[in-house]
Each structure stands twice: as C-alpha cells, then as structure tokens.
Design a protein around this ligand. Structure first.
Ligand SMILES: [Zn+2]
Length: 377
C-alpha cells in the first residue's frame, strides 16, 4: 500500500467546486482492492471521503512538499500539501513503480516546475511581503472566526470568494457592517463564485443583488427558511447549491431559469401542505391600499441599481428587500404582502440535480394587474 498525508484540496472541474479537507492528516491511499488499484481519500483512518481508480489517474505534478493528482473520472484535481519533502519523494517513487509495473499511462507526469508559484510563498517570506493583494483572484477565508470582513475586499477584482465553515459576527452590530464589501464596484463586476456554506446564515444578505456577475452561489448547510425573490435579479446565476437548509418553496421568478447545477435536497419542500382554500383560486384582497413610503424607497433603490451601505438606509428598509418580487403578469417589481401569496408546483429546470422532485414556487400578482383582472372579470 502506498500513501501520503497532509492537507488535501479537491478541485472538482465538473461542478466547478473547490474545497479543502482541512484536516492535516487527510490521507491518500493507493490500495489493491480485489485486483483493482484504487485511490482512497480518507479524512480520518476510518472516514472515507471519496475513491478513484488508479487507471483514471491522468497526470501527476509535484513541487517540493506538494503533489497534484489529476483524475479523468471524475474530473478532479487533488492537491496534497504534505509537511515533509521526503514523504512526497517516497510517494512519487512508489507511484513511478506502480506506473511501470501496472503499465499505466500516466501522462505528462512528474513535472517538477509546475507548482513553483506555490513554492515562492512558502520559501521566501519577502516575496509574500511584496505580494500585491490587487492581484488576488480567489480568496478562501474558511473555518476561521470572522468578526468583520473588511470593506476593502470589495475593491479587489475577485472571481471567487469562500467563507465556508467560518464563524461570522452576526450580532445586530456585526450585521451592520459585514456585507458592505458587496456594494463595491470592482467586486460587483468580477465575482463569479460565492461560497458561504455552513456559516449559520439565516437570511441571504440583500447586498447580493449587487453581485451581477455571480454564476455560482453556494449556501449549503445554513439556516435559511426562504429564498428571497431578489435572487432572480442575478442574470448569470446558473449554479445554486442550497441543500441542507429549511426552505419550503422557491420564488417563481426562478422557474423559467435553466440551471447548470441545482442542489436542493435536505430542505423542507415535502412538508409544505396546502388546504383546498389556499390552493384554490381565492381572490386577492387587501391590495387596494396605496404603497407605503418604505416600499416605494426600496423599489426605487433596486430599479435604479443604487449602491449604498446598509447603515445608510433606515433599518426597517433592510427587511423590505425580503418582500420585493416581480409581478407574475407584468414583471414589474413591487413589494408583496405574504397574505396574498400563491404557489405552483413544478420540477426545477436543471442539467444536473441530485434527487430531482417537484417543489412549490411562490408567486404574486401586483395590485395593478389584480385590479385589471377584477375589472375584466
Ligand atoms: Zn403586474
């Protein structure tokens, strides 16, 4: 058996997901299992995370304490950061031996320079000091305590940001400042991937509406009870990971959208039961009231794409964002009243989804359209 341990980072090229095991004794083992050489990724001695066939190993690259194994099926890159050069050398020696004996065809193997860029950061602290954060494209602030996220992050041209597993300061005051970075021009025109898995989020920050280039939003394993309709204002969003929350329904604006990947399992969709009255064609009532001033303000902020810091608008307006949606008929934005919600039941459109099933979609009609309908009835 051949093995190496260290921190392991997985780059899932199929799903466009990058994640680290973040356990520094994560092990990669190559084992002959009933005549098939298998690569096992183990978090702990008895905790198997995933398996690959050695046959599917396409190439190996290494530099000092790091090794990258590139697999074809699934299309994954595993980066192992070991704490010892000798371990890497021995592992590569074993791998070469296997490669020869099993007559594998591990291509473009053992490039020694491929990871030099990583090496500089480790070997030469001065280099790190001169490091210019303006060149950063990906930031992972994972599994740490983040009392505050500097607003300056928003001035970087990041394509990917991950806060996975971190503990945020979500006190009343903490929330006032935490999301300001999303309102900056650079980040709102550059960020493609935002991952906020397992951070105890109970509400999506409305500032997300500014991240117009967002393609992947991953907020798995949080405490979200609803997905606000403003998520429909992100035109490029094609990958949504929202599994492991407490969602009952989706905003109907997303029903027309075809996702590349949608992960929605482990929510509460199946528990939503309607009585006949709710399902039937009940007349909308209470819609003749003139809109409140706060409603008009929020709509104007959204319609004019005005960027602001949270603390610059009155606190009650923060919540209004959760009640903004597009009218099912005229597609105009308005502030809804949950009393008038209706649901359709349908399967989301997606290329890839785990455990596909029909879910409920919440929708509203705006007061003008309801009035028109009533006149025409
Ligand atoms: Zn309407």
């Amino acid at each position: 058996m051949t093995s190496i341990s260290g921190f392991v980072f997985v780059n899932d090229m199929e799903l466009g997901r990058k994640y680290g095991t973040r356990v520094n004794h994560t092990t990669i083992e190559i084992k002959d299992i009933d005549g098939t050489y298998t690569v096992l990724l183990k978090l702990f001695p008895n905790n198997l995370k995933s398996t690959y066939l050695l046959d599917d190993l396409d190439s190996v690259q290494s530099h000092e304490k790091k090794v990258v194994l590139k697999f074809l099926k699934p299309n994954h890159e595993l980066l192992v950061m070991s704490d010892d050069v000798d371990k890497v050398t021995n592992f590569l020696k074993d791998l070469r031996f296997l490669n020869k004996n099993l007559i594998l065809n591990i291509g473009e193997s053992f490039l020694s320079n491929a990871l030099k860029a990583f090496g500089y950061i480790n070997n030469n602290p001065n280099r790190m000091q001169n490091f210019n954060p303006a060149h950063l494209r990906m930031i992972a602030l994972e599994n740490c305590y983040l009392p505050h996220l500097p607003e300056g992050i928003g001035h970087l041209t990041l394509s990917s940001l991950s806060l996975n597993g971190s503990r945020l300061n979500m006190s009343k005051y903490g929330q006032d400042l935490f999301w300001d970075w999303m309102t900056k021009d650079n980040i709102s025109t550059s960020l493609n991937v935002l991952e906020m898995n397992s951070i105890g989020l109970n509400k999506l920050p409305f500032e997300i509406i500014h991240l117009k280039r967002l393609q992947t939003l991953s907020v798995s394993n949080n405490k979200l009870t609803h997905l606000p309709h403003f998520i429909g204002e992100l035109p490029q969003l094609v990958t949504l990971m929202i599994d492991g929350n407490s969602l009952w329904y989706f905003p109907e604006i997303l029903l027309d959208k075809a996702y590349k990947t949608l992960q929605i399992f482990n929510n509460r969709f199946i528990y939503l039961k309607f009585n006949k009255e709710q399902r039937g064609n009940v007349e909308f009532t209470g819609l003749q009231n003139p809109p409140k001033l706060s409603d008009v303000s929020v709509l104007s902020l959204i319609n004019n794409s005005i960027k602001f810091k949270r603390q610059e608008i009155p606190r009650p307006l923060w919540n209004s964002y959760d009640f903004v949606c597009r009218c099912r008929l005229c597609k105009k934005l308005f502030v809804f009243d949950e009393k008038n919600q209706k649901f359709t039941f349908s399967i989301p459109k997606t290329e890839q989804m785990v455990r596909i099933e029909s879910i409920h979609w919440q929708f509203f009609k705006c007061p003008s359209c309801v009035r028109l309908e009533n006149i025409n009835a």
